[in-house]
Design a protein around this ligand. Structure first.
Ligand code: BGC
Length: 739
């Protein structure tokens, strides 16, 4: 029976039979070959690579994105190797291939699984034209430290938001038919805990207690596994003393035994050999031993497996079963992808790159990802009818490459439409648009153009400043210790402020920034992340009110770096800070006994609150939440409760609002966060309209990992909130009782 007409059950059986049959024909060397992934970034098939393919020494390649080369590599392996096992062709297609969507953190600000799914679908279709059949995304490391450059690639700080968007991304890449043309395998990474690196330094140590690991960091991975993600990548970092790449608790106990994952686990780039650098092993052979016994099926870019696995089997330290299991996990993905049936790529069978649909998808994603952080006195939207001129100033107004963000190996900069161009085409015929870059790049400390910028601003009716970070300032190994606007940007803001003109800051960045030093100097802020190919038109539409901002923050914005980690789902502590208890450093009487300071969890030199809270984001509509209610006061274990609130748009424009639903388990055997997101929904509300937004909660949704590391739901009191940000105070409660 052919796989394509089989029912899923039969297909599964067929795949298992094919895996077994193939395993039986393979020599040990061929099996080990499947476990080796090789860099093939040369853009052609060099002889050593061709030789390795012919000999069955390579199961996968990465970093080749040219269809002719990929087809040639597949041809060599299929036609010239003994068993003709085709390759997995991996690539970091993180937020688009040629057409670039906003960075993942930006996409997360849309709080819209459809946006994320559609973006991944476009990316998969485009990547598939190059013969790529495996992307190393989604990156779903919960990330609560904006110093970490890789927060840009993440979906933010929240377990539920990350989990739901992770699932959407997996669906977009893989679809429900992995073997279909244009579906590619996806890879949930980095398993696990990488987002908690100490002081936000990439690759640094992570220490995460098991309850936190299970209740926070592992949950998005469990969601991705349940959604059928075919592969996982290990993290570079050390987790509680055992680097993730050798962590059998993660890779065996949790992933295989508890979650029954039967897909492929790949190491990160050379992370097996790095076990020695961590100080876990003395040499590459021991590293190979640790990784393979922990459950890493494939080695990315290193050669510890190629050189040492056979020897480890000879020594009797690694069993053939271990190897067979690893190879089965790899072959399962290959059979699932249908790559045995269709090893070659015919790009003409796929939609053209950067087609109209792709560009519209990128534009929608950018539109929904922009967060309006402040808008004093209705400064925005700008009205082309009421202005004669607008100044567009700043290093990121017309920076086609920078707006694409990190991880855009294949992104086509020629496709970028910059804000400056988009503003020109939208309103250039109605008003005078004056552009000045003013700074060479975001880090520049050369302020010689500032006088001219002030002149341009003073001469215009409104000023839009395009500030932020260039793309190189975030991403892998691009962490920052100071996350304020780099270079002399704050000085530029100060100078422009002096003109007395309305000042709007549009900030393009790869992370939350500390904006404390400029927030009061501007009238409005649109935070656009790195918005991708179509960032320009999206921003122009928002500035001029064609569309209303609707993004909400997927990560907390601290006032200053010293507050990190700061996130909405913190624990209460025994002495929580409150407005009654805080003391300011200026007010301290240095002769008073220390007990006079309020004795609660605050810093003396800043407020305990963030500058902008998780979930925050303003709109041109005027939203108001009222009348929170629940379907029952007492919910029996195993039953559901519906919590609702009325949302009214008192404004003049129709707009989307992301309604958020939070809860707190008030008393539990393991302390629980002060708020946890339990649901969210994007709703469109017309002026004057009131809608009731309902969230249904099953008592299972309230489960957490308790002291015994088992999932538990404890009867008791639960607070629930509905609102437009994590700071909502619209609360009710219910009790869970034994059934
Ligand atoms: C990154 C991974 C990436 C891999 C392949 C590593 O340095 O940590 O996320 O998928 O390189 O490019």
């Amino acid at each position: 029976m052919s796989a394509s007409i089989a029912t899923p059950m039969t297909l599964q059986t067929t795949i298992e039979q094919r895996v077994d049959a193939l395993l039986q024909q393979m020599t040990l060397a061929e099996k080990i070959g499947q476990m080796c992934q090789c860099d093939a970034s040369q853009g052609y098939a060099p002889e050593y690579l061709a030789e390795g393919l012919r000999a069955g020494r390579i199961g996968s390649v990465l970093n080749v994105a040219d269809v002719n080369t990929v087809n040639e590599l597949q041809r060599i392996v299929v036609e010239e190797s003994r068993l003709g096992i085709p390759l997995l062709v991996g690539r970091d297609v993180i937020h688009g291939f040629k057409t670039i969507m906003p960075i993942p953190l930006g996409q997360a600000a849309s709080w819209n699984p459809d946006v994320v799914r559609d973006g991944a679908r476009v990316a998969a279709l485009e990547a598939a034209t190059a013969g790529i059949n495996w992307t190393f995304a989604p990156m779903i490391d919960i990330s609560r430290d904006a110093r970490w450059g890789r927060i840009a690639e993440s979906l933010g700080e929240c377990v539920l938001l990350t989990s739901e968007l992770a699932v959407a991304m997996v669906e977009g890449f893989q679809t429900d038919d992995l073997a279909a043309t244009g579906s590619i395998a996806s890879c949930a990474k980095h398993f696990a805990g990488y987002g908690a690196v100490e002081s936000g330094r990439d690759y640094a140590t992570t220490n995460i207690p098991e309850t936190k690991l299970r209740n926070v960091y592992l949950r998005p991975f469990k969601a991705a596994v349940d959604a059928g993600v075919t592969t996982l990548m290990t993290s570079f970092s050390d987790l509680n003393g055992i680097p993730a790449t050798a962590n059998d608790f993660l890779l065996r106990q949790v992933l295989r035994d508890e979650w029954s994952f039967d897909g492929l686990v790949v190491s990160d780039w050379d992370s097996i050999r790095q076990l020695q650098v961590h100080g876990l092993t003395a040499n590459d052979k021991e590293s190979a031993y640790e990784a393979v016994t922990a459950g890493v099926d494939m080695e990315m870019a290193g050669d510890a497996y190629a050189y040492h696995l056979a020897e480890l089997i000879d020594d009797g330290r690694v069993s053939l079963d271990t190897i067979d299991n690893a190879v089965a996990n790899i072959l399962r993905v290959k059979f699932g992808l249908g790559v045995f049936e269709n090893p070659y790529t015919d790009a003409t069978k796929l939609p053209p790159i950067a087609n109209e649909h792709a560009m519209q998808t990128a534009r929608q994603a950018a539109l929904q990802s922009v967060v309006m952080l402040k808008n004093d006195h209705g400064t925005l939207p700008l009205s082309a009818d009421q202005l004669n001129s607008v100044a567009v100033i700043g290093p990121l107004a017309d920076a086609p490459y920078q707006q694409l963000g990190t991880w855009i190996f294949d992104g086509d900069v020629e496709l970028s439409v910059t804000p400056m161009h988009a503003i020109h085409s939208l309103v250039g015929h109605d008003l005078d648009v004056r552009y000045l870059r003013a700074m060479e790049n975001s880090r520049s400390k050369v302020s010689e153009s500032f006088d001219e910028a002030v002149e341009v601003a003073a001469d215009s009716d409104a000023v839009v400043l395009f500030l932020g970070e260039e793309s190189i300032l975030s991403g892998e190994a691009h962490s920052r210790a100071d996350i304020s606007l780099p270079g002399d940007q704050a000085e530029l803001v100060r100078r422009i402020r002096e003109t007395g003109k309305p000042v709007i800051a549009v900030i393009l960045a790869g992370r939350p920034l500390t904006l404390t030093n400029i927030v009061d100097q501007v009238d409005a802020i649109l935070f656009a992340w790195h918005p991708g190919t179509m960032g320009g038109p999206a921003i122009a539409d928002l500035l001029f009110g064609i569309e209303s901002p609707s993004g909400k923050l997927p990560a907390t914005f601290p006032r200053m770096v010293g507050q990190i980690p700061i996130y909405y789902s913190q624990k209460n502590s025994g002495k929580p800070a409150s407005w009654e208890t805080i003391a300011h450093i200026e007010e301290i009487d240095s002769r008073a006994p220390q007990t006079s300071l309020g004795m609660s969890a605050f810093h003396l030199d800043t407020l305990f609150t963030p500058l902008f809270a998780f979930g925050h984001g303003l709109s041109y509509a005027a939203f108001d939440y009222q009348n929170i209610r629940r379907s029952t006061h007492e919910v029996k274990l195993g039953e559901t409760v519906t919590v609702s609130a009325d949302l009214t748009n008192h404004g003049d424009v129709a707009a989307d609002e992301v309604v958020q639903f939070y809860m707190r388990d008030v008393v539990a055997s393991v302390t629980r966060p002060v708020k946890e997101l339990k649901g969210f929904r994007r709703v469109h509300v017309a002026p004057g309209q009131t809608v009731s937004v309902d969230f249904e909660l099953h008592t299972d949704d309230l489960a957490f990992f308790g002291r015994d590391m088992k999932k538990t739901i404890e009867p008791g009191q639960f607070h629930v909130w509905i609102g437009g940000s994590s700071e909502t105070e619209l609360r009710t409660e219910f009790w869970i009782v034994e059934g």
